[in-house]
Design a protein around this ligand. Structure first.
Ligand SMILES: C[S@@+](CC[C@H](N)C(=O)[O-])C[C@H]1O[C@@H](n2cnc3c(N)ncnc32)[C@H](O)[C@@H]1O
Length: 307
């Protein structure tokens, strides 16, 4: 008489076990599907970490402001003072850069304020859904699934921080970004033309005109082997992003962080581009001969060459 309830119990046990197994398999499959989907579409939601070349001496951290929580008063915040007694960001939608500057001084590890401070806007990683896609003539490119409003931080240019002299022997690396805040500011087809007057702070021997002729980058970011989505962003002669040098932990402009911000309101799925800022005939090969590269940005005022 007891056999029947025992069988029922056993059957129930099997059912539960099967259900648990199916659930586990489903979860595993879902994970694999998500991974394949992300890899295929290359939607990369977060920024990767910076790496440094061996033997690279990094500048010491500066002591920052004494604010608490979030910085609000530009008259008392030491970091705001470095930005001309103003905050470079407006506190909306996680921070928007008001205007392009030679350098933005953000709050850093030496500051009293917390991670929610508006003057740490560029330090919060990628906030928009960016996608790498294939173009017919320019290889890979980047677009956003989300609307980007003017001044929104898009991503940092991440890679291995190296000395510029160590790239001289490197041929065929399309992913090297020279850290040159003056060039970024005053580049041939750069932001200056688009944005008119910009502030160049007189600090740390970085006072614009005097340095103009000496502007030779000492360091660069090599995203050839390690990088993030920024390495896939193409050049345009009429870009919708701009490069902004940012200092947060130290004040060495030669080693500034390189951030890309939206220059305009950018509708979803529009290719994201910035001005690489090359001067024409400025790139030569190992034999010393000038190399030219055609530009396929398609802008009405395209220079027809990247360099
Ligand atoms: C930083 S990578 C950008 C991502 C690259 N398209 C890829 O497939 O990896 C720079 C290289 O992309 C190509 N590129 C970028 N912008 C271009 C443009 N406007 N016209 C032609 N080629 C471009 C050039 O080969 C350039 O050296």
């Amino acid at each position: 008489m007891d056999v029947f309830p025992n069988l029922l119990l056993k059957y129930e046990g099997w059912c539960v076990r099967i259900l648990v197994e199916v659930k586990r398999m489903f979860r595993f499959q879902l994970q694999i599907w998500l991974m394949i989907h992300l890899l295929r579409r290359q939607v990369i939601p977060t920024a990767s970490l910076f790496k440094f070349q061996k033997n690279m001496k990094l500048p010491t951290n500066v002591s920052g402001c004494n604010c608490k929580g979030t910085c609000v008063d530009p008259r008392t915040c030491a970091c705001a003072k470095l930005n001309g007694s103003d905050f470079p960001y407006v506190n909306c939608h996680g921070g928007r850069l008001i205007e392009a500057r030679a350098v933005v001084f953000e709050c850093g590890p030496g500051c009293g304020c917390g991670p929610g401070c508006v003057n740490r806007t560029s330090q919060r990683g990628i906030k928009h859904r960016l996608e790498v896609f294939r173009t017919p003539k320019k290889g890979w490119a980047v677009r956003s699934w989300d609307f980007l409003s003017a001044g929104a931080p898009v991503c940092e240019y991440i890679g291995v921080l190296i000395r510029a002299e160590d790239t001289d022997h490197v041929c065929e690396n399309n992913y090297i970004f020279d850290i040159d805040c003056l060039q970024t500011m005053r580049g041939l087809d750069g932001r200056e033309r688009r944005l008119g007057d910009v502030s160049v702070p007189a600090i740390n021997n970085f006072d614009g005109d005097d340095q103009k002729s000496e502007s030779v980058p000492e360091f660069c970011i090599d995203a050839g082997s390690t990088g993030n989505i920024a390495r896939f962003i193409n050049h345009s002669c009429e870009p919708n992003l701009f490069v902004q040098c940012v200092l947060s932990s130290h004040h060495d402009v030669k080693l500034a962080r390189v951030m890309l911000f939206a220059a305009d309101n950018i509708p979803p799925m529009q290719e994201l581009t910035y001005d690489y800022g090359y001067a024409l005939d400025s790139v030569s090969g190992p034999d010393g001969k000038i190399i030219q590269m055609p530009c396929y940005c398609g802008a009405a005022d395209c220079r027809k060459r990247l360099f």
